[in-house]
Structures are given as structure tokens and as C-alpha cells.
Design a binder for this molecule. Sequence first.
Ligand code: O7M
Length: 215
Amino acid sequence: MEKKNRLILALDVTDREHALRIANEVSDYVDSIKVGYPLVLGEGLGIVKELVEIAPVIADFKVADIPNTDRLICEHVFNAGAAGIITHGFTGRDSLDSCVKVANDFGTDVYVVTEMSHPGGVEFFRPVAEDIAKMAVEAGASGVVAPATRPERVKDIRKIIGEELSIISPGVGAQGGSAADVIRAGADWVIVGRSIYNSDSPAEVAKKICDEMNC
Ligand code: O7M
């Protein structure tokens, strides 16, 4: 993913017109659009083909299955035009290897969730987040997902993964995190949804977040 604005739009709206409107409005300020279950269950995977005309798409299916099922999911997503996919890591190395292999065949990216941003994200993830980050490096993933709500954890995870992998970081705005703080802690991109798509002026909010990160 080309690093220009450091902002990834989390497009968790559920209908096509709304999704395309928001995506078009903020396209100058985002490096990628993250599409997940809310929009794909609402409109089908075909929405990815439309959105890639506006910006590169990362498919957030938090893939978490056996290697064969993971392979099938990744193939569908990349054939639909996504430039990247988000997977879980707790399913183990063989599952992650399966996703990375498909991504390498397509020339696309895999991002692995380490610790989640919501309060419950510490309950089970905290003790294994570092091990998942290590595994992401060993498996040749492109990057990891780490919480903007806990910049100190982003710092910890950056130490483990080094400089080669990217950190994409959700939790800015609606979940309380600060874009500038988490970029300073070592994130490469922030992922922002509600603060942008629920705003009356999505482009203005996106621009403001980009300006904040100019740190
Ligand atoms: O800005 P929000 O809170 O409206 O949206 C944040 C987006 O990031 C939303 O799509 C979540 O599903 C996602 N997300 C988290 O909020 N926390 C996480 O720990 C992980 C993700 C995510 O994108 O995982 C890949």
C-alpha cells in the first residue's frame, strides 16, 4: 500500500449508494478502503470491484479457519480485486501460511490481528499478542493490526516486528484513540470508520485526521 495519507477508511456502512458516496467524498484523503462483513453481507462481494475504482481495498474478514478454508476465502477476495486481506493469527502458523501463500501468488498483502482495540481485546489477546506478532514476521505477512486505543501496545508490537512490517491501527475517534499519538507510537496507518462516515462532512473530518498525523 502506498503511504501518502496514512489513513484507511473503515467503510462499515451497509448499502451500496452510501458506501460509494462516502468513498468518493474522501478519496483524496485515504490510501485504502477497508471493507468488512457489514458491507459485503449487505451488498455482496461485487462491491469490492466497484470500490477498487476509487481506492485500493483491504478486505477485513478476520480470516480464522483451517488452511484449506482460509485459502478459498483469500482466493475469492483477491479475485474480486482486493489488494489486501486481514486475518487472525490465533488459528496458528499453518492457517496463516495458507493466506500468505495465496497473497504471494496474487501479489497482495496480508495483515494479521495482534491485539484488538476494544476493552474486551485484552481479555484473551493480551497474553498472545506478541507471539502472534512474531509469527506474522516469520510467516512473511505484510503487516499487523494493533490498537490505536493503546499506543503503548503499538510501541511494544513495533519492537517485535521491526521496521519491515507495517502496522495498521484501528480505534481512532469513536473508540477514543488519537491518530497523532498512535502514529508517534509506531503505526504506519490509522483505520477510521464512524468518525468519518457518520459525519455531516466526511471529507473535512478525513482531512483533519490527515493533518493531525503530519507529525
Ligand atoms: O472507527 P470505528 O471504530 O468506527 O471503526 C474501526 C474499524 O476497525 C471497524 O471496521 C472495526 O471492525 C475495525 N477494528 C477495530 O475497531 N478494532 C480492532 O482491533 C480491529 C479492527 C480491524 O480492522 O481489524 C482488522
